[in-house]
Design a protein around this ligand. Structure first.
Ligand SMILES: [Ca+2]
Length: 107
């Protein structure tokens, strides 16, 4: 019998008496059962809400425009960069836009 919530050196005994909170499906995405406790984790692009159970999309555009040179479009689990009509996507970076040129001078 385990008298303490957390006793790693008696792990094999503790696990028997530990309640697996993950069996109750308390997490929106994924649950990690810990001795005497549990932890909810979220997929990439999401952050754990204050309730410790639900996952919330991270608006990457709130931070430095998501690294986009022009437009940033937030999406669930990610984001994308976009270019205004006067620009086109740079071939070097998906985050950068370059002015559309009709002449062949600029690169
Ligand atoms: Ca997002």
């Amino acid at each position: 019998m385990c008298l303490f919530n957390f006793c790693p050196h008696w792990r094999d005994v503790c696990v028997l008496s530990d309640i697996n909170e993950c069996m109750e499906n308390m997490c929106e995405w994924q649950c990690i059962n810990l001795p005497g406790s549990h932890l909810c984790i979220c997929p990439r692009g999401y952050t754990l809400q204050r309730d410790g159970r639900h996952c919330k999309d991270i608006n990457e555009c709130n931070q430095k425009n998501g690294g986009c040179s022009h437009l940033c479009v937030n999406r669930r689990g990610g984001f994308k960069c976009a270019c205004p009509p006067s620009h086109r996507r740079s071939s070097y970076s998906w985050k950068k836009c370059m002015p559309k040129t009709t002449a062949s001078s600029a690169g």
